[in-house]
Design a protein around this ligand. Structure first.
Ligand SMILES: Cc1cc2nc3c(=O)[nH]c(=O)nc-3n(C[C@H](O)[C@H](O)[C@H](O)COP(=O)(O)OP(=O)(O)OC[C@H]3O[C@@H](n4cnc5c(N)ncnc54)[C@H](O)[C@@H]3O)c2cc1C
Length: 457
């Protein structure tokens, strides 16, 4: 079958790889000069940074984890996670509830006392079932952990009020603490949370993009870059009507490099982008589908790479719930993932700031973002002085995080049904509009490919 894959991020490249192996004739159409999407990395002046935010390879799904690791062959290293939360100057072990002993005594008491009070209320049936993310946090962790970490951190990363967020996604994503772990953690007995991520894999050379490049290698002649998709037309049908049973509708994909025909179109593009492609091609989009796509909420990200002289300690990455330290919600230390990503005698820090169009961060110039981060790093004692900063870079991605607001489930259903009715398949983080990490994207790719099956000889 002749298949057009719209977008050449990890999902698009993995689709090309797996569907080609099954004998299909795949073409990937990517608007940027480089493939990789959020999984791109850049090397300059000896520093390699993941420019779409810090990425590590981990998964509960063994088949997927093996898929992501095996493609790297020798170019990979395994590291033990050493992750912290920056709290009033202390480095608290991650997840927070496993690091209570690291808190100042007053805060430790607040967290454990409120956790116990909450547990008693829960046992007595006095707690109302949570209806939003904020209520779920209080219900699960009690007021102490909620107000010290969970609420401020989540409101910083999501750039959204936790009471306006849905809770359908938290199970499996946010670890629920066993009582014994909380008690052990408060008195200083080591416990581990979120264990499937406690050891992670990272490429030695080339940052996370090395993994996408390795997947791309066998199919690189099937990828067209600098090729923005601007329209999708079904042959003999300029709009409405349902494609029967996902059959071969026959499509023309319009791009900045001309038209491509395909039996099947798989989109990895955000819904609003795909919607404009249909509209540009004359589709008569129903009002509810258009407004569902437009109302799906997402965040953008600015990733600020900082190269420094000397060391930065042995932490893998650190969460920063406090707003007075800086706008960044997380810093990671790529030079602790691989020694090959910073010049000898230097280290690296990558700061992530989420923002939305029109807010204060979106209006800041690159120099101002660097300044914001360096000031914060000095306050945190990660960097001693400005003179130690030898390299800086700033990259922004419009589509970084899917935000699960209270209308999400309704809107996402309408959006998916609409594109399905147009015979277009959706695979990937923004296309499906789901909080998929790389492993989730690969799982969906593998399932999709298995479902399509091999090409007919
Ligand atoms: C800050 C951050 C940290 C993360 N860390 C991790 C991690 O540690 N581990 C992990 O497993 N996952 C992590 N992820 C998730 C991971 O980045 C995603 O799951 C994955 O990259 C999604 O890939 P994708 O191909 O579906 O989407 P994308 O990467 O968004 O790719 C979409 C592609 O479509 C292209 N495109 C858009 N419009 C058009 C158009 N009109 N025509 C043609 N092409 C177009 C884009 O240029 C892009 O290349 C992280 C994400 C973020 C934001």
């Amino acid at each position: 079958m002749k298949i057009a894959v719209l977008g050449g991020g990890l999902t698009g490249i993995a689709l090309a790889n797996t569907l080609t192996l099954r004998g299909h004739d795949v073409t990937v159409l990517e608007k940027e000069a480089n493939t990789g999407g959020l999984c791109r990395s850049e090397t300059k002046d000896g520093f390699t940074f993941d420019i779409g935010g810090s990425h590590i390879i981990f998964s509960r799904d063994k088949e997927v984890n093996d898929f992501l690791c095996d493609v790297l062959t020798e170019n990979k290293d395994k590291r033990k996670r050493n992750t912290k939360i920056f709290f009033k100057g202390a480095h608290v072990k991650y997840p927070f509830e496993n690091g209570l002993h690291d808190l100042p005594p007053e805060d430790r008491f607040f967290c454990i006392n409120e956790f116990v009070k909450n547990l008693i209320a829960l046992e007595k049936g006095e707690l109302k079932k949570p209806e939003n993310f904020r209520e779920w946090i209080y219900y699960t962790f009690g007021r102490g952990i909620a107000e010290s970490y969970m609420v401020p951190y989540n409101e910083k990363i999501w750039n959204y009020k936790t009471e306006d967020m849905s809770l359908h996604w938290v199970d499996g994503r946010i670890p629920r603490p066993p009582v014994e772990d909380i008690i052990k953690s408060a008195i200083g007995i080591e416990t581990e949370g979120y264990t499937h991520q406690s050891v992670f894999t990272y490429p030695i050379h080339g940052g996370i993009e090395a993994m996408v490049n390795a997947l791309k290698e066998p199919v690189k002649d099937k990828i067209i870059t600098d090729c923005e998709v601007t329209g999708v037309v079904r042959n003999g049908n300029q709009g409405g009507g349902k494609v029967s049973n996902g059959g071969n509708a026959g499509f023309v994909v319009k791009t900045s490099k001309g038209d491509f025909t395909a039996d099947k179109v798989i989109s990895t593009l955000p819904p609003t982008v795909l919607l404009s492609c249909l509209k540009n091609a004359g589709a008569n989009v129903p009002k509810d589908a258009a407004s569902a796509c437009e109302n799906l909420r997402y965040n953008s990200i600015a990733c600020i790479g900082i190269g420094v002289k000397g060391g930065v300690g042995d932490i893998s990455w650190m969460y920063i719930p406090q707003t007075d330290i800086g706008a960044f919600n997380r810093i990671s230390f790529p030079s602790n993932f691989s020694t090959a990503v910073a010049p000898k005698g230097c280290s690296s820090v990558l700061a992530e700031i989420t923002y939305n169009d029109g807010d204060k961060i979106s209006k800041m110039r690159d120099e101002e973002l660097v300044d914001e981060v360096v000031r914060g790093l000095i306050k945190m004692n990660v960097v001693k002085s400005r003179d130690d900063v030898v390299f800086t870079s700033v990259h922004r991605y419009e589509y970084a995080y899917v935000v699960y607001d209270l209308e999400y489930l309704k809107n996402v259903k309408i959006m998916r049904e609409y594109f399905e009715s147009q015979g277009i398949d959706l695979v990937g983080r923004f296309s499906e509009f789901e909080y998929l990490n790389m492993d989730g994207c690969i799982r969906h790719v593998l399932d999709y490919a298995a479902n399509i099956g091999n090409a007919k000889k």
